[in-house]
Design a protein around this ligand. Structure first.
Ligand code: F0G
Length: 458
């Protein structure tokens, strides 16, 4: 008999969680203005809000924390981290930051100015926020295939090279760099192929532009390259990472994802001028160059985490769990962005709640229903998150409306996946009774989904 697949780790420490009653959840959610970000974590049974900073560290990472060097300047832990990053990416200049958006803030302060145009695949919301806050524009050149959730193509996160080239032809002088997000979170945790990254590089070289990778889930991207792009099937994840980054000039990183730590980020680059420019903003915004918002112990744990998570077994264990949940949804006929991506299931809320008008935010309504059903917290990645157009102030209904169910790294078991799937099935079975969504009672100007207050309709 073929042996079944199992995790490449065992569990050494556990954290109790508890299921609440539906009555409790109804009250809590009303108090939270129907915004799941406003719930306290002990009101949540299984937390799929994000895979960011929510994973479990290994015994080796905890051990590394004890050796952290907390020196203000020149900390040994910084140099351990820098050496690891250089080994994995080839980038010799490293600037630590307290998380990914801080890396964007520091780097974009140097590179982005009013009127600039920053093309790429889908920009994550903080990336777009940091561009738009500088009165510049983010142009999403993701392949059209990403919009059709039922289409099975291996690299739905790719940049459409024709769209990219058209953007550069038209606005070349206004483009400070191209940014490619690996994996493409907004499009469903979808990977970008090496072939596509090579294509982006070719176009960038033709127009004399630099390429930056938003690398939050770069290791998962490397896993998909290994398993889906035949040229790379015999290459190690670390070799694939080196090759991916050889096609970029710099990276921003949220270490809270593929760095396997709870907090942290960094900028890395091969270019001295980028480093020198970013340095000027690093010190006032984040801190001195060898800690930038991070504890020495956290940099030590990150160095170990980056090494662990660029090993095939670790990534296979993780992606296998996401695929396990996806298979359950297939059994129940629940539509999601196919094929399932790296860190989450993106349920196609427009299709599930097809009686709820766009203007009433179907994915948010689905998130509410799933929470009320079983205390499972997902996250709307749709029309609320898309914010308003900076010029017209109209809602942006052009993209997909997803309920994202993130799977934290090394945190839940497949039994939890079964509960998530069953809860979603129960909501799915009564989908035709759900005809109304929510309306906005209060919203912030940028990144509104974090703090928005909502009123349920009907
Ligand atoms: N880039 C990508 C692709 C991300 O997914 C995130 C965060 C960031 C940048 C910003 O990093 O949170 O460390 O400041 N994504 C989280 C998520 C919040 O839930 O997808 P950060």
């Amino acid at each position: 008999m073929k042996l079944p697949f199992a995790e490449c780790w065992k569990i050494k420490m556990v954290e109790p969680i508890r299921m609440s009653t539906r009555e409790e959840r109804e009250k809590w959610l009303a108090d939270a203005h129907y915004n799941l970000f406003m719930l306290r974590s002990d009101m949540v049974y299984i937390d799929c809000l994000t895979d960011s900073g929510t994973g479990a560290m290994s015994d080796r990472q905890w051990a590394a924390m004890m050796t952290g060097d907390e020196s203000y300047a020149g900390a040994r832990s910084f140099y351990e981290l820098k050496d690891t990053i250089e080994r994995i990416t080839g980038f010799q200049y490293v600037i630590p930051t307290h998380q990914g958006r801080a890396a964007e803030n520091v780097l974009f302060s140097h590179l982005v100015k009013a009127g600039d145009i920053v093309p790429g695949n889908s920009h994550f919301d903080t990336t777009k926020g940091h561009i738009e806050a500088r009165k510049a524009f983010a142009v999403d050149c993701t392949v059209d295939e990403a919009k059709d959730t039922q289409l099975e193509v291996p690299f739905k996160g790719n940049v459409d090279l024709e769209k990219l080239e058209a953007c550069l032809k038209e606005n070349g002088d206004k483009v400070p760099f191209i940014i490619v997000t690996i994996t493409n979170n907004t499009a469903g945790g979808q990977p970008v192929s090496m072939e596509n990254l090579r294509g982006v590089r070719r176009i960038a070289d033709k127009y004399g532009k630099r390429v930056i990778f938003d690398s939050a889930r770069f290791a998962e991207n490397a896993y998909f390259i290994k398993t889906r792009e035949p040229e790379f099937k015999d290459r190690t994840i670390k070799e694939i990472c080196r090759e991916m980054f050889s096609l970029a000039d710099a990276m921003t990183m949220s270490s809270k994802k593929d760095g396997l730590v709870n907090m942290g980020g960094f900028i890395a680059t091969r270019w001295e001028d980028i480093y020198e420019g970013a340095k000027k903003y690093e010190i006032p915004f984040e801190g001195f160059l060898t800690y930038g918002g991070m504890n020495g112990r956290d940099m030590a744990a990150l160095a170990v985490g980056l090494d662990e998570n660029t090993e095939f077994d670790m990534l296979r264990t993780r992606i296998h769990q996401v695929e396990y949940l996806a298979k359950k949804l297939d059994e129940y006929g629940i539509p999601y962005q196919r094929p399932v991506g790296g860190h989450a299931i993106f349920v196609d809320a427009d299709r599930v709640l097809d009686r709820v008008p766009k203007e009433e935010f179907p994915a948010q309504r689905l998130a509410i229903e799933l929470y009320l059903e079983a205390g499972v917290r997902g996250c709307e990645i749709g029309y609320l998150l898309a914010d308003r157009d900076p010029i017209t102030r109209e809602n942006r209904f052009g993209g997909n409306d997803f309920l994202r169910l993130c799977i934290c790294r090394r945190t839940y078991t497949d039994n939890h996946m079964d509960v998530i799937a069953a809860a979603l099935k129960n909501v799915y079975d009564r989908r035709h009774e759900i005809t109304r969504g929510v309306e906005i009672a209060w919203e912030a100007e940028l990144m509104r989904h974090f703090t928005v207050q909502l009123k349920p309709l009907g």
